[in-house]
Design a protein around this ligand. Structure first.
Ligand code: COI
Length: 365
């Protein structure tokens, strides 16, 4: 399929724009959405941009019962020159297809999906917020739509993209969050779906998050599902530590999501010439580093919050306060550099930004 195979139906009732200086995360949606259908034997077809609207699905659709669905999260930014930039969108499309493989959903044409996404952003260009710290969050997702109560891969799907102008993911913004080390629940196990971006992983995380929130913690630090010992993720983000001058992050092991911000952090830290290692790392090693006064920084990485410093870890009835509860030097530099690249205010040494071109706007309208 090519871009001229995307039908565009513009809304006749544009919504009123929110106050871009006071945006929540993920509650306000733009005027349009992208939809494409998949039918067994026919493939993906009927690509279209339509007014944002509710879906009509059969209550027996497989997605409702067995969670056959995958999603992505990415962002568009407005530069001072009024250009719209996407951050490494090709990586999101690649990961979407890796998640598809794991959840038995047919592959999408990554190039076409990116063209569709750019056209949708172009149509709703005036929804890309222009205030520091804000962006247009883009949520591509695929759902299994076949009405069938047997446990089997669906024969039909919908690929949908919706968009939401957003502010900070955490109320704390870039201020450090408090995290409780989770000792009862696990998020994922080896051989499970931890490295796929699929709804079930997030549903599985809610109970622990609720308990943590009741005790005054923003999120939990997940340990591995087998020995309950090795660090995996923090909340819905990847996790990094700085210990005695070295940046450390858990190696990808099949149950950890391959974060695009994680990969960007690794590239940047290497580019700056700082030591960095991806390895299995236990909570006991972190505790020992803390006791020895060597735990210098901890931070989560993800599309939604970009960098989220950890100011306190609650572990075995003890509060480990990291860097005096303040944001560390490397965390701050990473936040400034990544958000700077995304907004086009600092050089983009790896060519990560993809511009939404004016032609796409003309094509789309
Ligand atoms: C992210 O950090 O970008 C996430 O995965 C959170 C998202 C599910 C809202």
């Amino acid at each position: 399929m090519s871009s001229n195979q995307i039908k565009v139906e513009l809304t006749s009732a544009k919504k009123q724009k929110p106050d871009f200086a006071n945006l929540p995360f993920g509650k306000i949606f733009t005027d349009h959405m992208f939809v494409m259908d998949y039918t067994e034997g026919k493939g993906w077809h009927d690509a279209r941009i339509v007014p944002y609207q509710p879906l009509t699905l059969d209550p027996a659709a497989i997605v409702f019962h067995y969670g056959q669905t995958v999603f992505e999260g990415m962002k568009a930014y407005l530069t001072k020159e009024n250009e719209v930039l996407l951050f490494r969108p090709d990586q999101n499309m690649k990961r979407l297809n890796r998640s598809n493989t794991r959840i038995c959903i047919p592959q999408i044409d990554e190039e076409f999906a990116l063209t569709a996404l750019k056209q949708l952003v172009a149509v709703d260009r005036d929804w890309v917020p222009n205030v520091e710290g804000t962006s247009l969050y883009i949520r591509p997702f695929i759902i299994a739509t076949e009405p069938y109560l047997g446990v089997a891969a669906s024969k039909n799907y919908q690929f949908i993209i919706i968009m939401s102008p957003v502010g900070n993911y955490y109320a704390e913004g870039i201020n450090p969050v408090k995290i409780a080390v989770e000792q009862q629940y696990v998020r994922a196990v080896k051989g499970g779906t931890g490295n796929a971006k699929t709804a079930g992983n997030y549903a599985a995380s809610l109970a622990a998050q609720e308990v943590a929130e009741k005790s005054g913690y923003s999120q939990v630090l997940w340990l591995d599902g087998k020995e309950n010992k090795y660090i995996e993720e923090v909340g819905s983000m990847n996790i990094f530590f700085k210990i005695n001058g070295e940046v450390v992050t858990p190696e990808l092991n099949g149950s950890i999501l391959e974060g695009i911000t994680r990969d960007s952090v690794i590239h940047l830290v290497k580019h700056w010439g700082l030591p960095i290692v991806e390895k299995r790392i236990s909570i006991n090693e972190i505790y020992k580093a803390y006791q020895d006064g060597l735990l210098e920084e901890a931070f989560g990485t993800g599309t939604a919050a970009v960098i989220s410093p950890v100011g306190e870890l609650y572990w075995n009835d003890e509060k480990l306060v990291i860097n005096g509860g303040k944001i560390g030097e490397v965390s701050q530099k990473l936040y400034n550099t990544i958000t700077g690249i995304q907004r086009g205010t600092v050089p983009d040494p790896f060519g990560w930004n993809v511009k939404v071109e004016d032609e796409e706007i003309i094509l789309a309208i």
